[in-house]
Design a protein around this ligand. Structure first.
Ligand SMILES: NC(=O)c1ccc[n+]([C@@H]2O[C@H](COP(=O)([O-])OP(=O)(O)OC[C@H]3O[C@@H](n4cnc5c(N)ncnc54)[C@H](O)[C@@H]3O)[C@@H](O)[C@H]2O)c1
Ligand SMILES: [Zn+2]
Length: 373
């Protein structure tokens, strides 16, 4: 049985439509950087007639303590709606707040609005929130439909200020979401349709958005791609790329999308069983080859398709001036080696790894990390 259910209403338009919300008491969750930008003035103008409480402490990779702080403020304010505006970190923290607040205040009915200001996580349409536990050095994905936003507003003007490095990181996160969704054990025809479209959009428009942040067409296509990718992986699940990225990101503090991009070619090679003999009949390899054809590969062979796709990822990564190894990013080899075993253990425990098409062992994960050292 395949089910496609979409709870989130998506508006591709302007943040100004917030003024039409019927709710009066609005709890805004954001990050300190955005508070100082014109984006915030626009938000305040749209909410001018409402009672607004702003919580803008959110740091990248939000820790559980910030979620708890937000809940205390919510208890005092008793909001009717939450407006989360920012990157995945702000939206995920707000999702955590909504989830735990609802557990504490049983009759609370809070309308949740997500306004992404990066084109990356797709958090505005997913049941996922990634919260960091600093004590254990782990990132924990909270996965429940209770945190799906009721409304997502995509406003291309908000992403034009994203600097090139973050455009590259978040754009590669979009690509990782669909690559994982497309080969996941949970994929279906619905998620495939979204994933195939997104692969085409990313290869065409991410280099343009990176080179010129004011390119409205490229920015809008990437913003939509990010949301479509969210819909795809919310249906199909993710895989080992995210499992390792969560485990390694929490230890090494590499931005989420950059960590995904460093791992991506090795994950594709692992899932496609490229180390096995030539002409294997790997189903996952055939699926990657489908995607390769969408971006110009003319070979009928799965193996050639996978190799084409891996080269295309590396070329895209180079166009975006991204590192291809952890050392190139700035980590010291001995520091990574010290943590490699615990990262591998945590990657296998990460819930996103469960839908990877090939079951990895701890040794497999260590080998992948050694290849990107
Ligand atoms: N919920 C999900 O489905 C999901 C999926 C993937 C990743 N994640 C999580 O999301 C987080 C990453 O989110 P992200 O990649 O969006 O980054 P982010 O939210 O951490 O933001 C990165 C930086 O970009 C800045 N920024 C945001 N919008 C900007 C703008 N318009 N102009 C200039 N700067 C801007 C922020 O201030 C911050 O410094 C990680 O914790 C990751 O694990 C969640
Ligand atoms: Zn991601």
């Amino acid at each position: 049985m395949e089910t496609l259910e979409m709870k989130t209403k998506i508006i591709n338009g302007s943040i100004s439509c917030l003024s039409e919300l019927p709710e009066e008491k609005i709890f805004v969750v954001s990050d300190p950087f955005l508070l100082e930008t014109p984006i915030f003035s626009q938000l305040q103008a749209a909410l001018a007639s409402k009672q607004v409480k702003i919580f803008s402490n959110i740091q990248p990779d939000p820790p559980i303590e910030q979620v708890m702080e937000g809940i205390e403020e919510m208890k005092a304010f008793a909001p009717e709606a939450i407006v989360a505006i920012g990157g995945g970190s702000a939206i995920d923290a707000a999702k955590g707040m909504k989830f735990f607040y609802n557990k504490l205040e049983e009759n609370a009915k809070i309308f949740f609005v997500a306004i992404p200001t990066t084109s990356g996580t797709g958090s505005e349409v997913t049941s996922f929130a990634v919260i960091t536990n600093k004590d254990t050095g782990t990132k924990y994905p909270l996965v429940t439909d209770e945190i799906l936003p009721e409304l997502a507003i995509l406003d291309v003007e908000l992403v034009k200020t994203v600097p090139p490095k973050i455009t590259a990181d978040t754009g590669m996160d979009v690509l990782t979401h669909v690559l994982e969704a497309y080969v996941s054990t949970g994929h279906n025809d619905f998620s495939d349709a979204y994933a195939e479209k997104v692969v085409q959009l990313v290869f065409e428009y991410l280099p343009r958005a990176y080179k010129n942040g004011e390119d409205t067409e490229a920015r809008e296509k990437m913003h939509i791609a990010s949301t479509l990718a969210g819909i795809a992986f919310n249906q199909a699940g993710l895989g080992l790329n995210h499992g390792i990225a969560h485990a390694a990101g929490a230890r090494f503090h590499v931005p989420h999308g950059r960590m995904n991009a460093i791992l991506m070619p090795e994950i594709v090679a692992f899932n496609a069983e490229l180390e096995q003999n030539v002409n294997n009949e790997c189903i996952t390899a055939a699926r990657y080859a489908n995607l390769a054809r969408l971006i110009g590969c003319s070979s009928a062979s799965s193996r050639a398709g996978v190799n084409y796709f891996i080269r295309a990822i590396k070329k895209l990564r180079a166009t975006l001036d991204m590192p291809s190894t952890l050392q190139e990013w700035g980590l010291k080899k001995q520091d990574v080696l010290k943590e490699i075993q615990i990262v591998a253990e945590n990657a296998l425990k990460d819930p996103t790894t469960a839908t990877n098409p090939r079951k990895p062992s701890e040794d497999d994960v260590v080998k992948i990390l050694e290849k990107v050292l």
